[in-house]
Design a protein around this ligand. Structure first.
Ligand SMILES: Nc1ncnc2c1ncn2[C@@H]1O[C@H](COP(=O)(O)OP(=O)(O)OP(=O)(O)O)[C@@H](O)[C@H]1O
Ligand SMILES: [Mg+2]
Length: 420
């Protein structure tokens, strides 16, 4: 498909970029939309996989039917089968009523199974059956149910590797990947990097009423050379941080170094690369990217604290602790996300028909005041505590706010002894 034919799709879904890899992915999505074939979208974390299933659904004959986006990684293992396939009354302790499950509720519509690589093996077997026969059995029942659902799945896990490790069923992989779509990593998209940076910088300038930033030639070169392990999500975060924090509106390569952007892969990106396996082999963790952000904010907080203390000494004030209580304010923006009408479940987004609402409609900024933590561990612990408090102890909401899976949150709560 020609670039000009993809332009309306890009505009409708806010997709920026002209690289061959991106165009190929969009092209396949449009071509297969009218069929009922299963689609598997693969690509590193942050490459933009989530727009694809929506494009497919909106361009299919199912577009007026339900669209469910389910994050398989955030549903606890104990309830995942009942969530997907439903249960009958009394199926397990606490099953006081029956539940239809998403395969029933999405009948005639589309089900997007995000992070499909996280599905436990027994659930994979059930999923394979429903994909092959359109039949499933609710938990605790022996009645066979029928459903007509189009499945689109996505993963940032290398499923071939997961298969070789016995974590993912090979037959399910081939069934899901009837049509594979590969989203290229940002480092392979050439000029898209610059286009995306400019787009995000101008979005944030508008959002925060700032003069848009501009790049010097060496900064532009550096953006193109950098490996972008966190892909577009990382680029967006960097553009936001620089837009807000950098006083100078002309961004040089030196300014980018301060934000961890370096063409030396062993420097600057250390926090991101630390927990990564070989490129393309493993999973790129957004948590590490967040840690980098927290470290930058923490350093910034320390600078502000020192500055305030210096000012206080200059002014003859004698209560420095009042300064950081009242002025050491850390502003954290939540990752903008696409949301639709209120979800029935915390980890599921339910979409009615084709309306598409961006996160500008929901409050995204939070401001809170806290003393500067002494280490990354403390910073993380404190951040989890604050988030749990803000969400009244609701772990699902907390995990989403922190951008980590519920399982990771449970582990961290346990490690920090916050469960008491
Ligand atoms: N081509 C693009 N143009 C503009 N914004 C984009 C583009 N691709 C991705 N984004 C933005 O980048 C962010 C990350 O994209 P997305 O959530 O789709 O990543 P993902 O591939 O699903 O990552 P993960 O595997 O970690 O879930 C989102 O804020 C999204 O809006
Ligand atoms: Mg995603």
């Amino acid at each position: 498909m020609r670039e000009s034919n993809l332009q309306p799709i890009k505009m409708r879904y806010g997709i920026v970029g002209m690289s061959d890899g991106l165009n190929r992915a969009l092209d396949i999505a449009i071509q297969v939309a009218s069929t009922d074939l299963s689609v598997l979208i693969q690509g590193e974390s942050g490459v933009g996989k989530e727009a694809i299933p929506r494009i497919i659904h909106d361009n299919s004959v199912r577009k007026h039917q339900k669209y469910f986006a389910i994050n398989c990684g955030s549903i606890p293992e104990g309830t995942i089968e009942s969530e997907l396939f439903g249960h009958v009354k009394g199926a397990f302790t606490g099953a006081i009523g029956e539940r239809e499950g998403y395969f029933g509720a999405a009948n005639k519509g589309t089900l997007f199974l995000d992070e499909v690589g996280e599905l436990p093996l027994p659930t994979q077997a059930r999923l394979l059956r429903v994909l092959e026969t359109g039949e499933y059995i609710r938990v605790g029942s022996s009645d066979v149910m029928k459903t007509d659902v189009r499945i689109i799945a996505a993963t940032n896990v290398n499923l071939q590797k997961a298969i070789s490790e016995g974590k993912f069923r090979e037959d399910l992989y081939y069934r899901l990947a009837t049509i594979p779509i590969s989203m290229p990593p940002l480092r392979e998209r050439g000029r898209d990097i610059e286009l995306l940076f400019k787009k995000f910088a101008s979005d944030f300038a508008e959002k925060y009423h700032l003069t848009p930033i501009q790049l010097t030639d060496d900064a532009r070169q550096l953006l193109l050379q950098y490996k972008w392990p966190g892909n577009i999500r990382q680029l967006k975060n960097v553009a936001e941080q620089i837009s807000i924090i950098n006083k100078d509106r002309v961004i040089t390569a030196e300014a980018l170094y301060q934000f961890g952007i370096s063409n030396d892969t062993t420097a600057g990106t250390g926090l991101i690369l630390a927990n990564q396996t070989q490129q393309g082999q493993g999973r790129y963790s957004y948590e590490n990217e967040r840690e980098m952000l927290f470290q930058i904010l923490s350093n910034l907080g320390k600078d502000v604290k020192e500055l305030k203390e210096m000012m206080n000494h200059k002014d003859g004030l004698s209560q420095p602790h009042e300064v950081h209580e009242s002025h050491n304010e850390v502003r954290i923006e939540k990752q903008p996300q696409i949301i639709q009408q209120p979800a029935r479940d915390p980890y599921v987004q339910v979409y009615g028909s084709t309306q598409f609402i961006e996160s500008e409609d929901i409050p995204t900024a939070e401001t809170y005041t806290e003393p500067v933590p002494r280490s990354m561990r403390e910073l993380e612990e404190q951040n989890i505590k604050e988030s749990l408090k803000r969400n009244h102890g609701n772990r699902g909401k907390t995990a989403r706010e922190l951008g980590i899976s519920e399982r990771t949150l449970y582990r961290k709560i346990k490690n920090y002894g916050l469960d008491n």
